[in-house]
Design a protein around this ligand. Structure first.
Ligand code: FMN
Length: 221
């Protein structure tokens, strides 16, 4: 079994996102395993009245639906929530039943466990729609990728790439994403202390650029 896949990117960022970097890499790996996949941005389907129906048609036309998005406030970002709500609002869609649904979520905090609730939301959606839940991959410290191609991030993303390669094999064969792929994705990219130090430096740099003093404590005595 190979079939066709659709990778739905849910990052609200207008340009490059970590979600897109993951989606592009996964697409090449799926192709290597014999599955053709297209990448679409869910936000694009929310801009006009017919968009949600087009999104439903897209899903009906594919075998594996892979949601890739960032964690926002322990949950799904608005475009992904809205897209799922629009699909759900269309009721009992026979020709969506049995399709595979999986999620790949990245977050800004270093611990992948932050993503468990959002993964459960995707699983719940799959069950409500009668889809087959294929599993979810969770990546902490997504800021270390920051929209760069995974191929350019070297050793740091070796486990992310291995995880996606295994998951691509699983999905192209119609299997659930394996525990090995899940474990590899949850491994830390860099030591947590280093990630936090780099994050703090980044915030300070942005503050300076925008004329904001991050150490300001105007209400302190
Ligand atoms: C409004 C907003 C809410 C966020 N909420 C969380 C959160 O609850 N937990 C977390 O770890 N990261 C959070 N983040 C960080 C993003 O998940 C992180 O920057 C991610 O790598 C962005 O991925 P993307 O490039 O695919 O959009 C939030 C970011 C924004 C802008």
């Amino acid at each position: 079994m190979s079939g066709k896949g659709v990778i739905l990117i849910g990052s609200p960022k207008p340009g490059r996102s970590t979600s897109l970097s993951i989606g592009e890499y996964l697409k090449t790996k799926l192709k290597g395993h014999g599955m053709e996949a297209v990448i679409e941005n869910v936000g694009g389907f929310l801009k006009n009245e017919n968009g949600p129906d087009d999104l439903v048609k897209l899903i009906q036309d594919h075998d594996q639906i892979i949601l890739i998005f960032p964690l926002y406030v322990d949950s799904l970002p608005w475009p992904m929530t809205r897209a799922l709500e629009e699909i759900h609002a269309r009721g009992d869609l026979d020709n969506i039943k049995g399709k595979g649904l999986s999620s790949i979520i990245n977050c800004g905090f270093p611990e992948a466990s932050q993503i468990e609730t959002a993964t459960s939301i995707c699983e719940m959606f799959a069950r409500r729609m009668g889809m087959k839940w294929m599993g979810g991959l969770m990546l902490g410290g997504g800021g270390a990728i920051s929209g760069n191609a995974l191929e350019s991030r070297g050793f740091m993303v070796r486990n992310v790439k291995r995880s996606l390669d295994i998951a691509a094999g699983n999905l192209s064969r119609g299997e659930k994403i394996s525990d090995k792929a899940k474990r590899l994705m949850e491994k830390k990219l860099i030591p947590h202390k280093l990630y936090t130090a780099m994050g703090n430096m980044g915030w300070k740099r942005q503050g300076k650029k925008n004329g904001v003093d991050l150490d300001a404590a105007p209400y302190a005595k």
